[in-house]
Design a protein around this ligand. Structure first.
Ligand code: SF4
Length: 107
C-alpha cells in the first residue's frame, strides 16, 4: 500500500481536476478560472462529496464541487447557516446529501 505524504481524502483519487492542473483551483475566485473549473466539475464523479466537504469546512476560496466562493456563500445564506450543520462526519455521499437537502440540485 502506498503511503500518503499529506492528508488527501480517498475520493480525490477519482477527481476530474487531477488532470487539469493547468487551472488555478485554489485561488479561482469568481470570474477568474472559476468558470473553467466549474465546467470540469460538471463531469466529476465525486462532485457531491467535494461540495459537501468544502461547505462543511467553510472553505473561503477556490472551486469545490462546482461551487465557487459566491455559490457557497449563497448556499450558506439559504440554509441560514455559515456552514452546513449536523452532517454525518464519516458518511457516504448520499447520507450527507440527505442531511443537506439544499445540495440536491448540484448532484
Ligand atoms: S468536483 Fe471539481 S473540485 Fe471537486 S474533485 Fe471534482 S473536479 Fe475537483
Amino acid at each position: 500500500m502506498q503511503q500518503r505524504l499529506i492528508n488527501v481524502p480517498e475520493w480525490h483519487e477519482f477527481a476530474a481536476c487531477r488532470s487539469r492542473q493547468d487551472l488555478n483551483w485554489i485561488e479561482a475566485w469568481p470570474g477568474d478560472d472559476a468558470e473553467a473549473c466549474k465546467a470540469v466539475c460538471r463531469c466529476c464523479p465525486v462532485r457531491l462529496i467535494c461540495a459537501i466537504t468544502a461547505l462543511s469546512a467553510a472553505e473561503q476560496g477556490g472551486v469545490w464541487g462546482g461551487l465557487d466562493a459566491d455559490d457557497r456563500a449563497a448556499l450558506a445564506r439559504e440554509s441560514g447557516q455559515g456552514s452546513l450543520p449536523d452532517l454525518p462526519p464519516q458518511g457516504e455521499a448520499r447520507d450527507r446529501a440527505a442531511a443537506a437537502p439544499s445540495l440536491a440540485g448540484i448532484a
